[in-house]
Design a protein around this ligand. Structure first.
Ligand SMILES: [Zn+2]
Length: 222
């Protein structure tokens, strides 16, 4: 894909220069007579540098605030669904093939979404914990749902498990990794070698799942 140039600024300078602005837009400073072709070639030669700078710039941009308008995308279990606003719908929010937000809930859409995610998180995590605990013989006491932003799960000394509702924006493989991680903590209350060995025995590819969470975790938010 060709790199998009947002602005070419010509002046009496002698050389070409590239500037990636904090919003990731690309400015080319060029001599008055530089040809389009020489500018294009210059950009292509430096494509790798430009893309790297743009990625860095974007990583520092705060996420755009949600507007809750039709077509806006929302994640659920690793898939993105577009938003639809529906007139006369009784429940504030539903997920069918799209997310359907009742028009009457639009003024408090963030709350409607959080409630919906929390309810789903409770149901899914309860089911997954129950399933894996049965499969691998773990004992736990109860399951709570938090709204932590980076602490995806935790396990107390008495075996109560907590999970952030944000976790269910991630793919199921990642949800399952956090579930296994916390269940193993009911036996090993630390991150010792024996802890990781046990995690790996149950889930041989846990490192990839953990990597996904480290890389994408900050995007698991409304
Ligand atoms: Zn842990």
């Amino acid at each position: 894909m060709p790199i998009e140039v947002n602005q070419i600024v010509r002046s009496k300078r002698k050389t070409l220069a590239l500037i990636v602005k904090p919003d990731a837009s690309l400015i080319v400073r060029a001599p008055l007579r530089a040809s389009e072709r020489s500018i294009r070639e210059f950009i292509e030669t430096h494509a790798e540098w430009i893309l790297k700078k743009q990625a860095e710039a974007l990583a520092f941009l705060p996420p755009a605030p949600r507007q809750y308008v039709p077509g806006e995308m929302f994640m659920y279990l690793g898939k993105a669904y577009p938003l639809e606003i529906v007139k006369g719908q009784k429940r504030p929010l539903l997920l069918e093939e799209d997310f359907k937000l009742a028009e009457s809930a639009r003024s408090h859409a963030a709350r409607a979404f959080e409630r919906w995610y929390r309810a789903q998180a409770k149901e899914i995590l309860t089911e997954r914990v129950h399933f894996h605990a049965g499969q691998y013989d773990f004992e736990y006491r109860k399951i709570g749902i938090t709204s932590a932003r980076t602490r995806w799960g935790s396990c107390s000394a008495n075996g109560s498990l907590n999970f952030s509702w944000r976790l269910i924006l991630a793919p199921m493989e990642v949800v399952d990794y956090v579930v296994i991680h916390e269940l193993v903590h009911t036996v090993f209350h630390n991150h010792s070698k024996r802890f990781w060995k046990k995690v790996e025995k149950i889930m041989p590819d846990y490192k990839e799942r953990r990597k996904w969470l480290r890389k994408n975790g900050q995007q698991l938010t409304l």
